[in-house]
Design a protein around this ligand. Structure first.
Ligand code: F6P
Length: 506
């Protein structure tokens, strides 16, 4: 570890840790100082980090750490398409999908988007026949983003009814088949590599279902979304319906590429384009704002504070918005697959905790289930609350007023705590939270919210000196599953006994 990085961490470890109560008492301007509004074309998003323990001394020393860790240089490398994933010798060019990046990469993304827009518009115009349903098959980054975006943005009526199927468990595919009429169903096969066993098995089952349901040319209904177009062609997809994207777009960062095809199918192309623009506005904020005014970097300062200076092993996210119920699952992949590492980008042991476990739920449901632990448990869990000022429904205003009051009440209660003569009724307080408040949940604010989390994840990785863009940790289990399928390797006695009991040993 570089000496200046080491000394910034030492400086951070030595700082006093005042309570939230003390921090607010010492500075009446604190709420305003640690709240930043990022303006998009129409709406804005407020990022309020004042109920975290970041004080001036921590902000200053974290800023020194970011400088020592070369944050500006790493950010520049990310946003100009340099190699930022050294173990795979790749760039990470998701922002090029939103217009920010190396010129050739932005031009290529635009050309791929134009191809995708034509196919989306052709489908909506009925050029490919009557299309009422789309079964989107993909897993991990090839499913979580589209599923989240559609659930968040297409509740008021999707142009085409989309079913995202990820799990290899046939129950998932059967459910989609039951909901769709094969005569009016298209199949999108989404896989960056076009080799993922779950996706290819599900795709084959969906094709077989189309065929056995009387569809003459099942492959005529297939669209491939992939960075491996040759493999899609080989599998049988017609070249005109292969929507490629660049190898330099990581799976968990691929919503913005052709992996977002089902989102464009559900919302229409203008909605998808608006999502890209919202993400682009956040990219510009991230690119152009220095130090703790950069909302993603400031959030990463707080993340590092809790993980490395306060020993928090988890962080929780609660969207007080039913439309964002899938956000914790999406963020779990983004944050844990990116930063759940034990070595630095140079391959040295990291020597300190990396990504906490991301978990969460939807408010107010979670209040009646898991908040007991947040208020009185022995784990300190930093919480993010996310809400939109404009309601997403047309029921009476009481719903939204109660929803938002509860959201803000939880942050206030976690921080303030309450004393009582009865120990069982004591709330210790001084428990941190951050609040992200959207003017409204639109494709643009949604895009910006997701891009904020991508940049926060990257900023955390830079502060820890790790590579957020590989994911070798997922490989060993896949290899062993393949060995089990092949039946040519023997395992430990527990695994052998389980295989025998389930009747699948070979
Ligand atoms: O196994 C993990 C992973 O490689 C993820 O990173 C990725 O999003 C997912 O599998 C799906 O991969 P693909 O898009 O290549 O099918």
């Amino acid at each position: 570890m570089d000496d200046s990085v080491k000394s910034a961490w030492e400086g951070l470890r030595g700082l006093p840790k005042p309570t939230l109560k003390d921090l607010f008492a010492a500075d009446p301007e604190r709420a305003g100082k640690l709240s930043t509004s990022v303006a998009l074309a129409e709406d804005a998003i407020l990022f309020d980090w004042s109920k975290t323990h970041l004080d001036d001394a921590h902000l200053e020393t974290f800023t020194a750490l970011a400088d020592a860790a070369g944050f500006a240089r790493h950010r520049q490398a990310l946003l100009t398409g340099e190699i930022v994933n050294p173990t795979e010798n790749r760039a990470a060019e998701h922002t090029a999908q939103r217009g920010i990046g190396k010129e050739e990469s932005v031009a290529q993304a635009q050309a791929f988007h134009a191809r995708m827009a034509s196919l989306v518009e052709a489908i909506h115009k009925g050029v490919l026949g009557d299309v009422r349903h789309l079964i989107h098959v993909g897993i991990g980054g090839s499913a979580l983003g589209p599923a989240l975006a559609i659930d968040a943005l297409a509740r008021d009526g999707a142009m085409v009814d989309v079913h995202v199927v990820s799990n290899i468990d046939g129950c998932a595919m059967e459910q989609a088949m039951e909901a769709c009429d094969p005569a009016t169903t298209m199949l999108a096969v989404a896989s960056k590599t076009f080799t993922t066993i779950e996706t290819m098995t599900n795709a084959q089952s969906a094709l077989d279902w189309l065929k056995s349901s009387g569809v003459d040319d099942p492959f005529g209904r297939v669209v491939a979304l992939t960075a491996s177009p040759d493999k899609a062609l080989e599998w049988g997809v017609d070249e005109t319906r292969i929507l490629p994207f660049s190898e330099s777009v990581g799976g968990r960062y691929s919503l913005w590429s052709s992996i977002g095809f089902p989102v464009a199918i559900a919302l229409g192309w203008p909605g998808f384009a608006e999502m890209l623009e919202g993400a682009g506005a956040m990219d510009r904020h991230f690119a152009e704002t220095d130090g703790a005014d950069n909302v993603a970097l400031r959030a990463a300062f707080a993340d590092q504070y809790y993980t490395r200076l306060r020993g928090c092993q988890t962080r929780a996210v609660f969207a007080y918005d039913e439309r964002l119920a899938m956000l914790p699952s999406y963020l779990q992949q983004l944050e844990m697959e990116s930063n759940g590492k034990s070595v630095t980008a140079d391959g040295a042991p990291v020597g300190a905790p990396t990504a906490p476990i991301t978990w969460g739920g939807v408010g107010t449901d979670a209040q009646h289930a898991v908040f007991q632990l947040l208020h009185q448990g022995t784990n300190l869990v930093p919480v993010d609350f996310i809400a939109a000022i404009e309601p997403g429904h047309e029921l009476g205003e009481a719903h939204h007023r109660i929803l938002l009051s509860n959201c803000f009440a939880q942050g206030a209660a976690l921080m303030a705590g309450q004393s009582d003569d009865d120990p069982a009724r004591v709330y210790p307080g001084d428990r941190p939270s951050a609040t992200i408040l959207l003017d409204a949940l639109t494709p643009a604010t949604f895009g910006a919210l997701v891009a904020f989390h991508e940049h926060r994840t990257f900023a955390n990785a830079v502060l820890m000196g790790i590579n957020p863009f590989d994911q070798f940790g997922v490989e060993l289990g896949k290899q062993i599953a393949n060995q089990i399928e092949a039946g040519d390797v023997r395992f430990d006695s527990s695994t052998e006994a389980l295989l025998a009991k389930a009747g699948i040993s070979k």
